[in-house]
Design a protein around this ligand. Sequence first.
Ligand SMILES: [Zn+2]
Length: 317
Amino acid sequence: MLSQCIFSVETPVGPPVEIIRHTFASNLPKPVKRVSLVAGLHGDELEGLYICHRLIETLKNLEEQNAFKGEVHIYPAVNPQALETGTRLWPFFSVDINRTFGQTNTPSLPSEISKILLEDLKSNSDLAVDIHSSNLHLMELPQIRIIKDFEKKLVPLAKFCNVDLIWVHPHAEIFESTLGYSLNQAKIPTLVIETGICLRINKNYCEQIVLGILNLLQQTGTLDGDEPLANVTPPKVVQPGYVTMIQAKNAGLFVKQTEVGQIVTEGEKIGDLIDPVEGKVLEEIRSPCSGLLFTLREHPLTSKGAPLARIATEEPA
Ligand SMILES: [Zn+2]
């Protein structure tokens, strides 16, 4: 494994901030495929870092066995300053770096970094995976979200990744400044993984995705081997219109009664929304449909209209 610093910037009083890329080189003169894995764009999403850590361990062993027919690049912590403080945004500038890609008119440090990262990925990748966690409010089952325009190219690749769900959703303008969109627009197929919850590490979900990425690397010919590196389970592919969201009708505390990954039936209880001060149950939250519960509110504090759960349905929602 070769480690390179792709960006370094001085800080007011401490050591410089650096973005590191680890490379596992191909045994062949021309790599079969060049695959890049990116984590930590949002500094409060730690599961991607753990996934990269586990992959680096495994890939180091495979490197000793000369298993690389392709090339793998790992960028485990691309927003180091936000990661230091465990915040989503790049501190000081309070900028979401994943809303600065593809923009040319904002000369700030975060947008300079996104430009360098995007160029580095473009010149080193035929395929990329960008790993995210959810926010502090919602627990997400391991999933890949795909904008409808890129469905044809991405769904077959996403099926290798051992996620529970592939959610194909319509395009929205907000995606245009993300890393995933910019790379897909540049004809580098890029899968955006969303798993777990921020500021925590769900080891089981991370291990599930590690196996999925190893399988992706093998299926694309990047890693050699007659024996499968991982046995993966095919995901549920969900088209737009097949996702039902449950929102709170009141403000209160949400107390869940189930977990993500459950198949719920119509009318099944998901939790209670309570008024803890008055000792009242404001709402019994029940599923309006049958399907796979793939998002569930983890943070109890709930405002009126806040999302409580998402269910992938068999019938159009
Ligand atoms: Zn994120």
